[in-house]
Design a protein around this ligand. Structure first.
Ligand code: PLP
Length: 400
């Protein structure tokens, strides 16, 4: 072969088991239009529109000024791990210690590391569907097979033991739950979660519980699997994040709470990939976790107000139907009533239609395993939401 002939790039086999995050792909398309000067109402992103609280930013700046800019312990600094444990202990009367905590570069990293630590080739992992986009790919990347248990729209998409047990086999290695759920907003009830915890324990399955949206619950209350941790420490691993609660998506800081042996397994993986999360983000997180949550409540109130406006507004659009989601900051309406007219036949073509014709960005439900829905984020100002709904209404009417 001559020096000028291009060599094919050969990727490892595992690359064919995953795809780029479809929510990021939708985001990129909208950004592309925005960069071309088009006024897009962006209801795509899963990211608070609020700034990180000022005091938290100040703590980050202070860390830089004081030279807190070096490697820390791979698992996170002692001070941060103690702050995370203390916050759980305050809220849930748990008896967590630093040894139960690892901090990483976003909750995503700890979820990824948990799959690498727990899942062997051919293992099955049960994920209630609709699901957050990264869960199945993380399982596949670890060599496992995602198996979906169905949830019902009529039941607010809440996972049930019955639906999980129905797909559990001898190859099942664990279950991933996400409450409040992205994209459906489903919030698990205490009684159902307890049944699933016991089921996992009795079968020797792991239970990974992702509570990234724990502070955004509008109906009912948030129940954390951590409340059964003392009883079942070998079964339960909880993941959460600074991203949504404290509007700190860009700081990249999340954490896992688990048995000390699980924490050291996650630490082993992390020590060969990213090592510790940013020392500056860690310092900022300590400030946020020790605060009085007043800013979190302000954000929650804004989301509540938007949700209250948005629900009746979207339900007035013929062809769209949306029950009130219990938590998170998304609507996941049934849009089948719009299918079959013009170029719109599924959630992807509807999202493309809305972006091209109405300049409104939404995420197709297919990305979350449900082609009958689209996801709209209300982590954007009420004014922009009103404009977005006005545009969707007009574009929907033009379809008919
Ligand atoms: N879990 C869920 C359900 C999410 O929606 C997200 C982010 O969108 C994450 C985990 C990860 O968040 P981060 O990596 O920013 O902490």
């Amino acid at each position: 072969m001559s020096r000028t002939t291009a060599q094919p790039i050969r990727f490892a086999q595992r690359m064919s088991s995953i795809q780029a995050s479809p929510t990021l792909a939708a985001l990129n398309r909208a950004t592309d239009l925005i960069n071309r000067g088009i006024d897009v109402v962006d209801l795509g992103p899963g990211e608070p529109d609020f700034a990180t609280p000022v005091a938290v930013c100040e703590a980050g700046k202070k860390a830089i000024d004081q030279g807190y800019t070096k490697y820390t312990n791979v698992l996170g600094s002692n001070a941060l791990r103690q702050a995370i444990a203390a916050r759980y202990n305050r809220r849930y009367k748990t008896k967590l210690e630093m040894g139960n905590i690892i901090a990483g570069t976003g909750g995503k990293q700890e979820l990824f590391n948990l799959m690498l630590a727990f899942v062997s080739d051919g293992d099955e992992v049960v994920i209630p569907s609709p699901y957050w986009v990264s869960f199945p790919d993380q399982v596949s990347f670890a060599g496992g097979r995602p198996v979906f248990s169905l949830t019902e729209r009529a039941d607010h998409f809440r996972p049930t033991l019955e639906s999980i047990a129905a797909v559990t086999t001898s190859r099942t290695r664990g279950v991933i739950l996400n409450s409040p759920c992205n994209p459906t907003g489903a919030v698990m009830t205490e009684s159902e979660l307890e049944k699933i915890v016991e089921f996992c324990h009795n079968r020797g399955l792991f239970l990974v519980f992702d509570e990234t949206y724990e502070f955004f619950v509008y109906e009912g209350r948030h129940v954390s699997a951590i409340q059964w941790f003392e009883e079942f420490p070998e079964t339960i691993s909880v993941v959460s994040s600074m991203s949504k609660t404290f509007a700190m998506t860009g700081w990249r800081l999340g954490y896992a709470v688990a048995h000390p042996s699980v924490i050291s397994a996650l630490g082993k993986i992390q020590s060969h990939s990213t090592s510790n999360p940013s020392s500056i983000a860690q310092a900022a997180a300590i400030d946020a976790l020790g605060g009085d949550d007043s800013q979190v409540r302000t954000m929650f109130e804004a989301y509540s107000e938007r949700r209250a406006w948005l629900l009746p507004a979207i339900n007035r659009i013929p062809g769209i139907r949306c029950d009130p989601p219990d938590g998170a900051f998304y609507l996941f309406p049934d849009v089948r009533g719009l299918y079959g007219s013009g170029e719109v036949r599924d959630s992807s073509s509807l999202a493309t239609y809305l972006l091209d014709r109405a300049n409104v960005a939404v995420v197709p439900g297919l990305a979350f395993g449900d082609d009958n829905a689209i996801r709209l984020s209300y982590a954007t100002s009420l004014d922009r939401l009103k404009e977005g709904i006005r545009r969707i209404e007009k574009a929907a009417a033009e379809l008919g």
